[in-house]
Design a protein around this ligand. Structure first.
Ligand code: PLP
Length: 413
């Protein structure tokens, strides 16, 4: 490095300033200074050729029809911003302090009304715990159940099984058929986790007889039904089927999320609990992260209270329904497309998952596969299918994504 006096003259700053800058860079390890040897640039290892995350980015497919996300391009940013501003304007400064582990009362009150009206959930605010998404609710409940056996749908989302396992729960499969979970095969688990409105990933709606049987099973054993209502708002052929929780509020833990209606980035979810579980779950929440971030909760409360949330859900439902219709129109003549009455994904029968996935990847198309959702992975002797998430592509990309999928599938038959 140049001598401090020379550099100071060159830059027109004081020598003290240059010395301070050198000292800082020495302290941070970029320069080395040895008495009499001047200041040198430190020999640092070359930075990694690929910054972390670059390879993940390189793998981003051109067309993303994987299930799990809504069209985040339709996030109601302006309405969210207005709601947040109104919330911040209105709250007392105490809102910036630690709060109730169950969440802000404003949001629990708004959810209480919304869930009763839209989903038939019996949800007094004091029985609601706001969480950082469904996944946290599942983890908290697992912790509260303390290593108990928990039955989870088969097929079902492997990520959620892993969440339960890592929380110390013992996961056993709860087989699913075309009427939903096979209640007669449930054993003595402490809880069963189900997706009654739109089974993930098969898309079936829990049959009325099974709804009854499931709540009877829980009552008879003192067990819990955990109702994952992740996309219950999106029903296309009729009014949404009410939540199971409304039939048995003492037996069912209802869980909802803003991940499909608004966006997963918000990390906002809610549990409606039987009375005897509220304190234990609130305590687990307290010892996990005190409570979910308050300002987002307040904004969501505003959004629900001002009915912008309902408007957004209604508009989204129409758009997703249109996408679903286009999917069925493109594939339906030659393929069985199942689970289309609701939600943001459908199951498309194929002969050879692996082969189709390979051709899809070559076409820059990512799509889910049924085979990865079994408790014991594999395709032998099982139905094979693609799990197609039609919510994810941006509006302008959907037609092309659909055509790419259609071509990949046309090549199989
Ligand atoms: C079956 C199922 N349940 C719940 C969720 C929502 O999870 P979270 O609220 O943690 O984002 C998802 C999201 O993909 C899902 O697929």
């Amino acid at each position: 490095m140049p001598a401090t006096r020379r550099l100071a003259e060159e830059l027109g700053v004081s020598r003290g300033t240059v010395k301070a800058a050198y000292d800082q860079l020495v302290a941070e390890g970029y320069l080395t200074a040895r008495q009499g040897a001047g200041t040198r640039v430190a020999q640092l290892p070359a930075p990694d050729a690929e910054p972390p995350g670059a390879s993940a980015r390189a793998r981003v497919p051109r067309f993303d029809l994987r299930p799990g996300s809504p069209d985040v391009g339709a996030f109601p940013a302006a309405a969210w911003l207005r709601a947040l501003r109104r919330a911040v304007d209105a709250v007392p400064s105490a809102a910036y302090d630690y709060g109730d582990p169950r969440g802000r009362m404003e949001l629990r009150t708004a959810l209480s009304g919304y869930l009763g009206r839209a989903r038939g959930v019996v949800a007094p605010p004091e029985r609601i715990v706001v969480t950082s998404g469904y996944v946290q609710g599942l983890a908290l409940l697992t912790r509260v159940l303390g290593g108990a056996e928990i039955a989870m749908e088969d097929p079902g989302l492997p990520f959620h099984r892993e969440v339960v396992r890592r929380g110390g729960g013992r996961v056993v499969p709860a087989p699913v058929d075309e009427r939903g979970v096979r209640v007669e095969e449930l054993g003595d688990s402490a809880a069963v986790v189900v997706t009654p409105a739109h089974q993930y990933p098969t898309g079936v709606t829990l049959h009325p007889s099974r709804r009854r049987a499931l709540t009877d099973w829980a009552r008879a054993r003192g067990a819990l039904v955990v109702e994952d209502d992740y996309d219950g708002e999106f029903r296309y052929d009729r009014q949404p089927v009410g939540a199971l929780q409304g039939m048995a509020p003492g037996q069912v833990v209802y869980m909802g999320t803003a991940s499909k209606t608004l966006g997963p980035a918000l990390r906002l979810g809610w549990m409606v609990l039987p009375p005897d579980l509220v304190d234990a779950v609130a305590d687990a929440k307290l010892h996990s992260d005190h409570h979910t971030e308050s300002l987002g909760q307040l904004a969501l409360a505003e959004l629900i209270g001002g009915h912008a949330y309902d408007r957004h859900v209604r508009a989204s439902r129409l758009r997703y329904r249109g996408r679903r219709d286009r999917l069925v129109e493109r594939l339906g003549a030659r393929r069985r497309v199942r689970g289309i009455a609701a939600g943001l994904h459908a199951l498309v029968d194929v002969e050879d998952e692996a082969g189709v996935l390979e051709r899809a990847a070559a076409a820059g198309l990512a799509v889910g596969r049924l085979g990865e959702h079994w408790h014991v992975p594999g395709t032998e002797g099982r139905p094979q299918g693609l799990v197609v998430g039609y919510g994810t592509p941006r509006e302008g990309m959907y037609a092309e994504a659909l055509e790419a999928l259609g071509e990949v599938l046309d090549a199989e038959v």
